[in-house]
Design a protein around this ligand. Sequence first.
Ligand code: NAD
Ligand code: GLY
Length: 354
Amino acid sequence: MKTLTINTPSCQSTIYCGNGAFAERTALLKGKNLFIVTDSNVYRLYKSHISGAFGDCPAYILPAGERSKNYNQLLKILSAMLKAGVTRSSTVVALGGGVVGDIAGLAASLYMRGVNLVQIPTTLLAQVDSSVGGKTAVDFQGVKNIIGAFYQPSEVIVDPLFLRTLPRREIRCGLGEIIKYGALDKNIYASLCKNARSLFSEDFFEGITYDCIAHKAAVVCADERDTGGKRKTLNLGHTTGHAFELYYKRKSHGEFVLIGMYYEIFIAKRLERCENNYADSLISLIKRVIKNIPAYDDAGKAAEFAKYDKKNTQTSLISLIAPAREDESVEITLPAQEYCALIAECARKLKEKT
Ligand code: NAD
Ligand code: GLY
């Protein structure tokens, strides 16, 4: 098991990563005042692990899926915490994917102005990204992550044990964020290129998890509150990914990140902000994970939802993070109309190819 520490002005967060992390770390939690938040799928699959590790402690089980990441469910979690007698000495354990981590993290930050939080991510996406760094949120009035807080977990327990039950589609979502890290970090990029034919193998994604977390931890230490320009690099592909997620809804976050990266690399290439060979190599990695990038007829209209992106300084200017060359990303800021036209052009080009 490897460990990593994030030291920020607000707190210290330790990440325990590797086989056996769940058994070893939860043995230290057993018997404490715990409140578990999980979702219906994770509960069904890991009921015996949960009772074995934590005994009989109060829990809230969210209906699985992004649609539960909302204000009503947040209030239900807070009500259940109050009813269960959660106090300032309690610990909220978020056991699940990014949806559970984001909403339980926000509940922990609000209840009594903040109680201890432990993240136990069970999806690849949550292990490589969302459980680390303290961003918590719910979606509100159709806008993603618009109500939230920075709230660091005291610990994050990352154990590949949970990945064995993940459907291939969820592995794909995690690989989306891993390719994002590849576009920011040349060592991760080199590993992706070397293992391009075996990205879906457990050996690959379990091995690369620590490297992604280490990249994120360094960024969070440097720019915890996303104000210094460094943390927004982690949003590569997300401007368009989030806009499409809001408009089309049918796919999951990680799939839209892959699609968003494809469209944004097209823009970076078209505006000559990304080296051609590098752009092509990232595109071929993306296509190994998601074969058919959708050529949406109304992509330009969907792109209008990028006006809600938190990187924008005004709604008429859209900001996106794109790869420039190995180890280097670039922020591209465009008038909304130009951005939407480029997204529509990318969709047209995709259609011509099919
Ligand atoms: P998710 O939490 O909805 O999990 C995906 C599916 O996998 C769900 O159906 C879930 O029940 C199931 N699942 C979870 N663990 C499982 C397991 N071990 N075996 C089988 N099935 C399992 O989605 P996600 O992809 O983990 O996370 C996406 C969310 O994370 C989005 O809401 C996104 O906005 C958020 N996110 C947050 C950050 C952050 O920094 N806070 C970063 C990236 C993404
Ligand atoms: N997932 C983006 C961030 O944590 O900043």
